[in-house]
Design a protein around this ligand. Structure first.
Ligand SMILES: [Zn+2]
Length: 274
């Protein structure tokens, strides 16, 4: 994938191939928000497997059977409008520069005028929220940090080898928001700048070890690393914090396969790409 592919908009044909039905949309929301393997909020099993419950917008923990509703807390939660219609409406918004009127939504989606206007309002509101800046994390809160190189394989060394690629710094709150920032390069200076603007003091930070992450020094953060180079993906520190960057890793996989703004709106994540 080159930079042009990454910034290129998804075509209508690609959209319907990627999201042919409600199951595909739900799967997308589940993967972006939780991943299919994560620590179960009920039984606490780490990397528990979750299975789709037939006929419901829910997944179930393979260990304790607890139900998880990936749409909870999003615009999809209380809506009886099919996910495919929502997704297509969002697609129309992110693929047009001038915005979409309620009337146009009504015609394109085949929903009632009232429904179309309501959807338009909610999507516009989400798009505005995505521009809104707040710090992520906070005291005792965990945030994973990782970068991705769009347009090629990840560079081997911090701040080097990223020529011609778009560097995106991802920050993911555990069970919360994801924020992405395009940075000019992967130098310590660039990373630290974004870090200080976006991460609240006192946050517990998880990173991969390779970059050393001197960026967290001196700001009152706790920091834990996993060493992917040694095949280590999860580590618990002395205080019992679980460190991994698995949430971001799976986000990157999706991120590269979706129009960026779409991932954001579909999941109501904080998401910025500039
Ligand atoms: Zn469970």
């Amino acid at each position: 994938m080159n930079k042009n592919d990454f910034t290129r908009k998804m075509t209508v044909r690609e959209f319907f191939k990627r999201f042919p039905d409600d199951a595909a949309c739900l799967e997308h929301i589940m993967t972006v928000r939780f991943g299919h393997r994560h620590t179960c909020g009920k039984c606490g099993v780490v990397d528990a497997t979750f299975h789709r419950l037939e006929g419901r917008k829910a997944y179930s923990c393979a260990h304790c059977g607890d139900n998880l509703y990936p749409c909870a807390g999003t615009v999809f939660e209380k809506s009886s409008t099919p996910l495919t219609v929502w997704f297509y409406a969002i697609f129309l918004f992110v693929s047009t520069r001038h915005g979409v009127s309620g009337m146009e939504l009504h015609r394109q989606l085949g929903v009632t005028r009232k429904c179309a206007y309501r959807m338009g309002m909610q999507i516009r509101k989400l798009m505005n929220n995505a521009d809104y800046q707040e710090m992520l994390g906070g005291i005792e809160q965990q945030v994973e940090i990782d970068e991705a190189y769009m347009g090629g394989r990840r560079a081997g060394k911090a701040g080097r080898g990223a020529a011609g690629k778009t560097v995106v710094m991802g920050m993911r709150e555990r069970n919360g928001y994801i924020r992405c920032k395009v940075i000019p390069d992967a130098s310590q200076k660039s990373l630290r700048g974004v870090f200080q603007e976006n991460i609240a003091p006192g946050t517990v930070i998880s990173t991969d070890e390779w970059r050393g992450y001197s960026l967290v020094i001196g700001d009152g953060h706790k920091h834990g690393t996993v060493c992917h180079g040694r095949g280590e993906y999860v580590k618990f520190d002395d205080e019992g914090y679980r460190h991994d960057t698995n949430g971001l890793e799976s986000f990157w996989r999706l991120f590269k396969a979706s129009p960026p703004a779409f991932v954001d709106l579909a999941s109501t994540y904080t998401y910025e790409l500039e």
